[in-house]
Design a protein around this ligand. Structure first.
Ligand SMILES: NC(=O)C1=CN([C@@H]2O[C@H](COP(=O)(O)OP(=O)(O)OC[C@H]3O[C@@H](n4cnc5c(N)ncnc54)[C@H](O)[C@@H]3O)[C@@H](O)[C@H]2O)[C@H](O)CC1
Ligand SMILES: [K+]
Length: 488
């Protein structure tokens, strides 16, 4: 499957490019409507049930008319309700409505009575304001029926570019998108309202994407697999990097999980630097760890003076006191790659400027969840994706905005949307494992953007394989099996 996600504007451009290549608008709409009819039929394998199709005033409605014609031809009872006047339908939608031989009724809530399946073809890519009035009444009524809904392109009321709900939207059972997915198919809350997403080939040549600046991808091995660190028969451990983790004194579990994850990801060596009082805790937890007691930030600097220690993790369990602050500023100045997580966002709350001044750049990855994000970046305006992009651009670092639809964003605006994380990953220590996984890849020399994306996907896959009831310790243990299955 192609990993590209197209914005609404890019999808319109793809349409135009296809038409310029000689594929007519009605040809595209015919294929789109046929795919919608197919999705409806898949919901009732035992045979026809009454279908109500609610059509809007644009081409989304046009797709609805085409679907109506195909379903009727296959012997399905279909009622079509139109929001607006048939005479006002223009272009391809006008063509589709003219080709529908059945009655066109005004779209009212009553039309939903007796429907076994509903097709939501009110608004798609062309939504340009929040839904209200009759349209909103229809959307709420669709949602209230409890019947299966097939949404055309997106559930009406969802903004295709960011997945936000504008006014209201009815949850679909299947959403049929066209050519390539849109951000709303992958970003919550849109993603949660789309149900199963089926992307139909409607005859737009794949090549049209080559002329576009596609900067959003679905995160997965096809995106970063070729950049994974390779093993050579002649490798020794110093070829595989040396990660350095600042370990806390009280919350020692976080750094232990992260260090273990970094080793499991293939880092050659992992050192935990900690207060002398915590030395024993770290040493006894994992014989393969190097544990270095440090008295103060100077002790950490001394460890960093060994340039083989090439990747650094700061934050998990570290406490947000002066030590973390000092160590972070000197690590940023030391020209390393690294991951900033957890207590970093408290330690530097509202103070991105200090991180930037110290040398934060694209070799560094920040991994906040929503609350931590706000602590560092404040209340930025816009959707989650817009805020994440702004934060990556302002910080100059790779931003991993954690959540059920984790975003991996480059300062230049490129974004990868992750979609494989199961809810059971929301458990204590899970974020520490993620930070350590990314660290392990950084230590082996993988570029920060790819390392972040690979870590996030791999962590999701680990969660999926462990399943419900997993604890963070399980995640680290399944890492090697996943590597074996990534075919790059
Ligand atoms: N390659 C493709 O993706 C193809 C997509 N197709 C379908 O075309 C629609 C997009 O069609 P468009 O006419 O541009 O927009 P819409 O039908 O979504 O809506 C425009 C229509 O609705 C009015 N409107 C917008 N927002 C509101 C609102 N909140 N309340 C009331 N009215 C609103 C607006 O004024 C217009 O009149 C895409 O989604 C696909 O379904 C093609 O069929 C095939 C190729
Ligand atoms: K729709």
């Amino acid at each position: 499957m192609a990993a590209e996600i197209l914005t609404v504007a890019q999808m319109y451009a793809a349409d135009r490019a296809a038409m310029a290549a000689g594929i007519s608008g009605p040809t595209l709409m015919e294929a789109a409507g046929r795919a919608v009819a197919r999705a409806v039929r898949s919901l009732s394998p035992d045979g026809p049930v009454p279908v109500t199709i609610l059509c809007g005033p644009g081409n989304n409605g046009g797709d609805g008319f085409v679907a109506a014609r195909h379903l009727r031809a296959a012997g399905w009872p279909v009622r079509v309700g139109l929001l607006g006047e048939k005479s006002a339908l223009a272009g391809d939608a006008g063509w589709a409505a003219a080709a529908w031989a059945g009655p066109v009724l005004p779209a009212t809530v009553r039309l939903l009575d007796g429907a076994g399946i509903i097709v939501d073809a009110l608004f798609g890519a062309g939504l340009n304001r929040p839904v209200g009035g009759v349209a909103l009444d229809l959307i709420m009524a669709m949602a209230g029926t409890g019947k299966p809904i097939v949404a055309v392109d997106v559930p009406s009321g969802i903004n295709g570019d960011d997945g936000t709900v504008r006014g209201g939207a009815a949850p679909a059972t299947i959403t049929v998108g066209f050519f390539r997915p849109k951000p709303a198919h992958y970003l919550y809350p849109g993603r949660g309202l789309c149900g199963r997403v089926e992307i139909a080939d409607i005859g737009i040549p794949d090549a049209v994407v080559n002329d576009m600046d596609v900067d959003i991808l679905i995160n997965g091995p096809s995106v970063w697999g070729r950049a994974l660190p390779r093993r050579a028969a002649t490798d020794h451990k110093y070829h595989r990097g040396h990660a350095l983790v600042l370990g806390g004194t009280i919350m020692t579990g976080a750094a232990r999980l992260a260090a273990r994850a970094a080793l499991r990801m293939g880092a050659g060596l992992v050192t935990v630097a900690c207060a002398p009082s915590a030395h024993m805790t770290y040493s006894l937890s994992m014989p393969s760890l190097i544990v270095q007691p440090i008295d103060d930030a100077g002790g950490f600097d001394a460890l960093l003076s060994d340039t083989r220690r090439n990747a650094v993790l700061l934050g998990p369990g570290a406490g947000s006191g002066p030590l973390l602050r000092k160590v972070t500023l000197s690590a940023l100045a030391a020209n390393r790659a690294g991951v900033l997580d957890a207590d970093i966002f408290t330690c530097f709350a509202g103070d991105l400027a200090s991180l930037r001044r110290a040398g934060l750049n694209g070799d560094w990855i920040m991994t906040p969840h929503e609350g931590e994000f706000r602590r560092l970046f404040g209340d930025l305006p816009g959707s989650r994706a817009e805020r994440a992009r702004r934060a990556a651009s302002d910080s100059g670092a790779i931003l991993v905005m954690k959540g059920p639809d984790t975003l991996i964003v480059h300062p230049d605006g490129r974004m990868r949307i992750n979609h494989n994380a199961p809810p059971c990953l929301a458990t204590a220590g899970s974020g520490d494992v993620l930070a350590g996984m990314i660290l392990g890849l950084l230590a082996q020399g993988m570029g920060a953007f790819d390392a972040a994306a690979a870590g996030v996907w791999w962590h999701g896959e680990a969660g999926r394989r462990c399943g419900a009831g997993l604890i963070a310790e399980d995640l680290t243990e399944i890492i090697p099996a996943i590597r074996r299955d990534i075919l790059f």
